[in-house]
Write a protein that binds this ligand. Sequence first.
Ligand SMILES: NC(=O)c1ccc[n+]([C@@H]2O[C@H](COP(=O)([O-])OP(=O)(O)OC[C@H]3O[C@@H](n4cnc5c(N)ncnc54)[C@H](OP(=O)(O)O)[C@@H]3O)[C@@H](O)[C@H]2O)c1
Length: 290
Amino acid sequence: MTSIAVIGPGAVGGAVAAWLAQSPDHAVTVCVRTPFESLAVETPEGPITATPHVATSPEGLAPVDWVLVATKTYDTDATWAWLNVLVGPQTRVAILRNGVEHTAPFAGRIAAESLVPAVVDIPAERSAPGRVLQRRNGWIKVPAGEAGEAFATLFAHTPIALEVVADFTTEAWKKLALNCAGAVNALTLQPARIAHDEGAAEVMRALVRECVAVGRAEGADLPDDLADQVIEGYRGQAPDGVNSLHADRAAGRPMELDARNGVIVRKGAAHGIATPANTMIVALLNAAAS
Ligand SMILES: NC(=O)c1ccc[n+]([C@@H]2O[C@H](COP(=O)([O-])OP(=O)(O)OC[C@H]3O[C@@H](n4cnc5c(N)ncnc54)[C@H](OP(=O)(O)O)[C@@H]3O)[C@@H](O)[C@H]2O)c1
């Protein structure tokens, strides 16, 4: 039996926890802030349900084989209370988040060889605690190596495509290129259809081009036409699709702005690369939220 704890069973964490619990070989615990009785996920394969152990406090928990961190990036500090009891010498910790700084907040306190960063493309929305709509089966990419391979094995019984990649840096920056453009939706509070507006699309391209320049300086292998690819991707989405930065701003929640755009500004500054478009959109979104 493999013991797995999912910290933050929201849209992504809830879908993943429900899928992992479909295996009789897995004992799944969900570590929640807002409690629920069970998980129910509408998936492209049909509805699935699960009744994992629901932990509302770290009290009584013990080290597990795997911890999956699926909170938003701005909720990292709150995960420590859980990690302090769930992580033992044999525990591996996967970080399922957007951005390119998956492991950085955990480095130093969790052994590097135990950390598995994961790029996640599972479009999912939460309608209520424990209730998730998973729009596509999606994929998760993790770095090659023993820990990455072991993580992929956890999903062998699911339709989620697990890819163990040799160049994780490139995959993370490719996803960031897509995500950084979504700040235009958050700023304008307009869904995916705004990418059909050529003026808005040009701002999105500017954000992505800066991401490409900084990503390349960080070692990512990014194509010259990535900005156009990102726009085509947005234009191919459901016109009323709302990205999570937009959804968070619209709901008055904190935003993953630093992880999605601020990081381009910070890392750009470190490399001496100007990032005026990302600097401007970070400033405007922060000002709008204050
Ligand atoms: N949703 C997507 O389609 C998608 C796709 C790809 C990547 N991502 C990335 O995946 C990550 C997770 O996003 P998400 O959309 O799943 O977010 P989410 O739906 O907001 O879920 C986050 C969960 O973390 C919980 N949480 C916060 N603090 C906690 C704590 N101290 N202890 C336990 N649980 C805590 C929240 O609890 P409450 O129930 O109290 O709010 C919520 O259930 C983000 O980095 C996001 O960018 C999302």
